[in-house]
Design a binder for this molecule. Structure first.
Ligand code: ACO
Length: 326
């Protein structure tokens, strides 16, 4: 049996940093509130003229370099994003062109903050079926472009960046052991952007009514996120006959440090077995898991044969997990 194994990772974030102090001057909030309620101290924000594809491309170049794979070896590029450069072409096609990945199919998928795990699961299926040998999987966002900087309940958490991973078809025990994906559209309007799509195309009124920004009922999202992340993580473990404490590293979606702490507790994992960089990146949606994966990788926290659990939850609602033997 073949496995899809991650052989290279990369990440990128805008150079502009927005601190909690900066936000104190923009909305009625405080550094103390943001740190205690979310764990976030700063976040990276794209400048005008910096689209999502810029960071997706930069992360991809680093991942390909680590993997020792040239772009023309790629069979497919899959991008998880809710903030593509434009409705069409996809970020996948833009990056395919920039990389000169001449043999690759390319497309985007929209699964909120679970976008990277959805993309990873699709890539895993293509590799395991024998249809592809090498796939570039990316999570990339510029959430700042759809964030309302007059809304203190959202502008303090959302941020920008990208992470990428190169998957290769390999023999042996190492690689993706399982993925589990879920959705429940009944909760769609707890976290959504009303305007700009076919339901409510842009008009002067939709702009005046601030319909082109994310709206979130944060407290309701918070509670469902914990339950869903726990479900996805525990299913991954039971499916592979693994007990909670034996995971070597949990890399969860970086949504809120209180959510991360709650999941770690339910999985009986001590802090050293949970990776978090939310303090410096904030919530980068589909980019959060692959940025964290890349940082953990470059910090040499991922050792050969380690069991790595990826776990995410986001708009849709969507949620899912992936268990990897590194
Ligand atoms: N500064 C100061 N006070 C604030 C702020 C702020 N930035 N934001 C809210 N408050 C106030 C509220 O008005 C409220 O005041 P009140 O009690 O007088 O009414 C109080 O703080 C508590 O508000 P809550 O909304 O209950 O705060 P909560 O503890 O839930 O934290 C947060 C809010 C950080 C948004 C949290 O709910 C959260 O992280 N939710 C989950 C986010 C998430 O996981 N999203 C999904 C993934 S993102 C994606 O898919 C794109």
């Amino acid at each position: 049996m073949y496995k899809a194994r991650i052989i290279g990772t990369g990440s990128s974030a805008p150079s502009k940093v927005l601190t909690n102090k900066d936000l104190e001057n923009m909305v009625d909030t405080s550094d103390e509130w943001i740190v205690t309620r979310t764990g976030i101290k700063q976040r990276h924000i794209a400048e005008n003229g910096e689209p999502t594809s810029k960071f997706a491309y930069q992360a991809s170049v680093k991942a390909l370099e680590m993997a020792g794979v040239s772009p023309d070896q790629l069979d497919m590029i899959i991008v998880g994003s809710v903030t593509p450069d434009m409705a069409t072409p996809s970020v996948g096609c833009i990056v395919q062109h920039q990389l000169k990945a001449t043999q690759a199919a390319a497309f985007d998928i929209s699964a909120g903050c679970t976008g990277f795990i959805y993309a990873l699961s699709i890539a895993n299926s293509y590799i395991k079926s024998g249809m592809c040998q090498k796939i570039l999987v990316i999570g990339a966002e510029t959430l700042s472009k759809i964030t309302d900087y007059q809304d203190r309940t959202t502008c303090i958490i959302f941020a920008d960046g990208a992470g990428a991973a190169v998957l290769s078809k390999e023999e042996g025990d190492r690689g993706i052991l399982s993925t589990h994906l879920y959705s429940d559209g009944a909760y769609g309007k707890l976290l959504y952007m009303p305007g700009g799509g076919s339901a409510l195309p842009a008009t002067y009124k939709t702009i005046d009514d601030r319909e082109h920004y994310l709206k979130m009922d944060g407290n309701k999202v918070f509670k469902i996120a914990i339950k869903s992340l726990e479900e996805a993580a525990l299913t991954a473990l039971s499916h592979n006959n693994i007990t909670e404490g034996t995971v070597d590293l949990l890399i969860p979606h970086q949504a809120n440090s209180r959510i991360i702490d709650a999941i770690a507790k339910r999985l009986k994992l001590p802090p050293e077995k949970v990776f978090s960089n939310i303090d410096t990146y904030g919530n980068t949606s589909a980019a959060s898991v692959p940025i964290a994966l890349d940082e953990a990788n470059r910090q040499k926290k991922l050792k050969e044969n380690h069991l790595i659990l990826l776990d995410a939850f986001g708009a849709g609602f969507t949620w899912g997990s992936a268990l990897l033997r590194w």
